[in-house]
Design a protein around this ligand. Sequence first.
Ligand SMILES: Cc1ncc(COP(=O)(O)O)c(C=O)c1O
Length: 376
Amino acid sequence: MKLFDVYPINDITIEKGAGSNVWDDKGTQYLDLYGGHAVISIGHTHPHYVKRLTDQLQKVGFYSNSIRIPLQQQLAEKLGKVSGKEDYQLFLCNSGAEANENALKLASFYNGKKKIIAFKKSFHGRTSLAVAATDNPKIVAPVNETDNVVFLPWQDEKALEAAFKQYEVSSVIIEGIQGVGGINVASESFLQKIRSLCDANNAVFIADSVQCGYGRSGKFFSHDYAGINADIYTMAKGMGNGFPVGGIIIAPHIQPAYGMLGTTFGGNHLACAAALAVLEVMEQEQLIANAAKVGSYLMEQLKQLPHVKEVRGRGLMIGIELPEELNQVRKDLLFKHKIFTGEAKPNVIRLLPSLALTQAHADQFLTAFRDELLKY
Ligand SMILES: Cc1ncc(COP(=O)(O)O)c(C=O)c1O
């Protein structure tokens, strides 16, 4: 059987990882500033994470949500404490798309309305509603097309006000920092505007924190910079440091009912062990503060490099906009300097490393990047 060929891949086979480094099958070491697409939050094969998962696997790996799973409650308490949203309620699932799918559905259950407001350049996943709220017609199949989603220009307060007048809005979904869209930071005033319009119109504010959340921005949720609370936060990626786990946290005014949401795999024993290990390491090693510190350092240094058009982001979610003619730089970082980075079209280099990235790692990247830029 062949694989269904949907990924344009690099010809590299990773066999080992530790912290912010990975090694290929020939023993070549790489610096990982991509984290497998913002997934590696506490570092590859962190010893505490490996032990907690291994210990759990030796006890029980999986059972469904038909029985009591105390690890889920432990995770909810820890997440409430670390995120500062202690009065929220946790629903566990397996991926970012699924988290957004559940959030959009729950919002509609809550207020009985249908219209979803999303924004230009947004990415919310590939399942039916999540992809319908994603601003990329190429990945929306005919069966996913719906007039329940309205796309508005990014940060256009007037358009937002007009949409609230025109439609019965069920929910507004927004990434605090757009990831796939090219690292665009939502302004504090725009997030505050969404909050006040949702309050005035009984609409649900959904903070897609799948990529920009879980400490990556230097605060637990990037939306926290605006000093507001969303009604639902969606999470995945860094939550399990590579173990597939996602979730939504839900404000107390949205009440559950049996059967409203559900999943076979979500919240299983291994997933909870992974998510707990991540939060324990984040707390113990103060990784959110580290993301803020090393991220600010990187951004300051990057702004001083030649050819860099713009540096955007917060914490360790950084976009470096380069001129079109420098589109080879990212490949050269990978194949010459052995440094993984991410990208956003047309020419943004995305840095999404582990939150444990050290300043020495940042310097290693800066030196290599400067060398490449000076060739132009
Ligand atoms: C902001 C955002 N939301 C949702 C998703 C979808 O997550 P998943 O691929 O886990 O379904 C992604 C994935 O890149 C994302 O960046």
